[in-house]
Design a binder for this molecule. Structure first.
Ligand code: G1P
Ligand code: ZN
Length: 542
């Protein structure tokens, strides 16, 4: 009953920053998902009889593609597939399941924070046996295979019941439907002081967690409401919906406005947080106090030792290049190394595997540690809670104390969305063309110290990744970074990252917009954003 189906390549299956992401209507074309899944399998060796993990964030097409993956895994010789009940696995839970089950790898079905629904986005990402996203050499091989593929293998069988926990057979393969939450919740309980957090909540500490109708609903309900005793209603939008209730499941100040407004109200809870479509991002807002992701990484790193799982201290900190330098100062004070990697979680995996770093983070609301090989939204929330409980302080006090100790990295990201791809490429090419002449020149942001296109050499395998973003560094330590998004599904998005450091003697209480205004003007000018795109303001500021 194994069928070999003839196919022809699609020329648009190059994995981006985080797997292959496309509109649902593209993924739903005949053979489209099958071609990609077969290209993944064709790029791997030695999985006969081994275990594959599969699950996703529940978005539109999730269940259909899971059935395809199951049939193709059976036809290609996997011995066992572990699938989350209902097709649900958050990205960090998938990572943990791959690691804890000794799986060969996993397919994570998600387009992360992008909207879901028949006219929205879908995605497939392959994760390797360490639980992390496939490194570039694997994604390059997958892409090469998508360009030459001429057939795929699939068994002809009825749909597998993925809603009931238990084991069934599909051809020669075993399918095990597992509880998506239990193992993950146990892992969290092993890292953090649940009794202390529980006691604090019982004593009146209040929190709100917005699951944004996405995958973290069941995880958050189990952990915050059941295990930590927070009252019902603490988890907002806790039922995963295929279209995320028409919302954009991106935990930032634009899309998590409901939470933001609640946290800024007079009767705000003590602590607020949100996660994204697939559960790997986090937004942290204290009562009347928003924490930027870059600052959150720094605070978590500086205080992680207060949580039982990190009591021995950190081996190192890693951050993506566009993430602010706030964590660098913490690393310096702790006397541990700081690694600056390109954008995308896949670059952290080697550092974590080699024991070089313990905590990693990105400015895009991603933080995580060596407990899995993905960023992890609920983990970040629990570490924050553990720190607040151990310090007995509010988010606002912790932040003020952090800046008073390390200085403050004022920071914002400006996204210019839906730019025609040729215009975005022309803007980047023009900017790259003038990099050599910029050092020593001045503009409204100050005098430029250096300008380059970021390249990264992985310290563990010496692999080199080039063209990872244009950096303009100013004499006073301020910085403007330009890069194009690698996760979009239509047109191009220009990301401009703006950062200014103010030392402990300086003004630590400015409004971010005011602190960054001269650099924002410099960025417009340097890249002639309006000239190339016609946009005189960003679409989203985070
Ligand atoms: C974005 C973020 C990046 C993150 C990725 C996946 O990628 O900027 O930090 O790792 O999503 O969540 P980008 O669209 O910028 O390529
Ligand atoms: Zn995500």
């Amino acid at each position: 009953m194994i069928q070999t189906v003839s196919t022809t390549p699609f020329d648009d299956q190059k994995p981006g920053t985080s797997g292959l992401r496309k509109k649902v209507r593209i993924f739903a074309q005949p053979h489209y998902a099958e071609n990609f899944v077969q290209s993944v399998f064709d790029s791997l060796e030695g999985f006969a009889g081994e275990t594959l993990v599969v699950g996703g964030d529940g978005r539109y097409l999730n269940r259909e593609v899971i059935q395809i993956v199951l049939r193709m895994a059976a036809a290609n010789g996997f011995g066992r597939v572990l699938v989350g009940q209902g097709g649900i696995l958050s990205t960090p839970a998938a990572s943990h399941l791959i690691r804890s089950s000794g799986a060969f790898g996993g397919l994570v079905l998600s387009a992360s924070h992008n909207p879901g629904g028949p006219d929205e986005d879908f995605g497939i990402k392959y994760n390797v046996s360490n639980g992390g996203p496939a490194p570039e050499k694997v994604t390059d091989a997958i892409h090469a295979r998508t360009m030459t593929i001429d057939s795929y293998r699939i068994v002809d069988a009825p749909d597998v019941d993925i809603d009931s926990i238990g084991t069934s057979r599909l051809g020669d393969m075993t399918v095990e439907v597992v509880d998506p939450v239990a193992l993950y919740a146990e892992l969290m309980e092993s890292l953090f002081d649940f009794p202390a957090i529980r006691a604090k909540i019982a004593g009146g500490f209040t929190l709100a967690f917005d699951s944004m109708s996405a995958v973290t609903g069941p995880y958050a309900t189990e952990i915050f409401e059941k295990r930590l005793g927070a009252p019902g209603g603490t988890v907002m939008n806790g039922t995963p919906l295929p279209d995320f209730g028409h919302h954009h499941p991106d935990p930032n100040l634009v899309h998590a406005k409901e939470l933001y407004d609640r946290m800024m109200a007079a009767d705000a809870p003590d602590f607020g947080a949100a996660s994204d479509g697939d559960g790997d991002r986090n937004l942290i807002i204290g009562r009347h106090c928003y924490v930027t992701p870059s600052d959150s990484l720094a605070v978590l790193a500086a205080n992680a030792h207060l949580a039982p799982g990190y009591a021995a201290g950190l081996k190192g900190i890693a951050r993506s290049m566009p993430t602010s330098g706030a964590a660098d100062r913490v690393a310096e004070k702790l006397g541990i190394p700081l690694y600056e990697t390109p954008t995308g979680w896949k670059f952290f995996g080697n550092l974590l595997d080699a024991g070089l770093a313990t905590i990693c983070g990105e400015e895009s609301a991603g933080t995580g540690s060596d407990h899995v090989r993905e960023k992890d939204g609920i983990w970040a929330v629990l570490l924050w809670l553990n720190i607040l409980v151990a310090r007995g302080e509010s988010v606002a006090t912790v932040m003020a104390d952090h800046w008073a100790t390390y200085g403050r990295n004022y920071y914002a990201r400006h996204d210019y969305e839906a730019i025609a791809t040729d215009k975005a490429n022309a803007l980047m090419a023009a900017l790259r063309g003038k990099l050599d002449g910029l050092a020593g020149t001045a503009n409204s942001g100050g005098t430029i110290r250096s300008a380059d296109d970021f390249a990264y050499t992985d310290p563990t395998d010496q692999s080199v990744s080039r063209n990872q973003g244009v950096r303009i560094l100013f004499e006073d330590g301020s910085r403007v970074v330009f890069r194009l998004s690698g996760t979009g599904t239509e047109g191009a998005t220009l990301r401009v990252y703006i950062e200014r450091y103010v030392g402990v003697e300086g003004d630590l209480a400015m409004a971010t917009g005011d602190a960054l205004a001269p650099l924002v003007a410099a960025a417009q000018e340097l890249a002639d954003i309006e000239g190339f795109t016609g946009m005189d303001a960003p679409s989203v500021i985070t």
